[in-house]
Design a binder for this molecule. Structure first.
Ligand code: SF4
Ligand code: SF4
Length: 137
């Protein structure tokens, strides 16, 4: 009985030793995500018309925004925040957005130490992304 179990254990060890490597070398090697992965949200503030449809579409009250009128009496976006601690990544807000300013994306390194850091200033994040993509060019 003991010998049988030992042999079984050894066979598993040998199989693993010479079989395909299952270890992921994250974060040095980034995983290739399935094409339909949804792990984050991105806003293009210049496309946003501050209509608020995304706010009303969200079942979890994740989004809050403020707007103001410009010199031509046109509504412009002033602030746009998302409480990502509550977000289900369901995409109802992106479907409601008439200008495609709000999108789901595949950024997955979103871990933070404090809950307050899950409240994202989407306009600041967009500026940051633009700056980093300019640096890469
Ligand atoms: S993805 Fe869903 S839960 Fe998240 S903000 Fe949009 S509507 Fe709300
Ligand atoms: S639905 Fe789209 S355009 Fe309207 S406020 Fe939300 S992000 Fe902006």
């Amino acid at each position: 009985m003991f010998g049988k179990g030992l042999l079984k254990g050894l066979s598993i060890t040998i199989k693993r030793l010479y079989g395909p490597n299952l270890t992921e070398y994250y974060p040095e090697v980034k995983p290739v995500l399935p094409s339909r992965t949804r792990s984050s949200m991105v806003l293009e503030p210049e496309k946003c018309i501050a209509c608020g449809l995304c706010v009303h579409a969200c079942p979890n009250q994740v989004i809050s925004l403020t707007s103001e009128k410009d010199e031509k009496n046109k509504k412009v976006l002033k602030t746009y925040e998302m409480n990502m601690g509550r977000c289900l990544l369901c995409g109802l807000c992106t479907e409601a957005c008439p200008t495609k300013a709000l999108k789901l994306c595949q950024v997955y390194e979103n871990a933070v130490y404090h809950r307050e850091e899950l409240i994202w200033d989407m306009m600041a994040r967009s500026r940051q992304t633009n700056r980093s993509s300019r640096k890469e060019d």
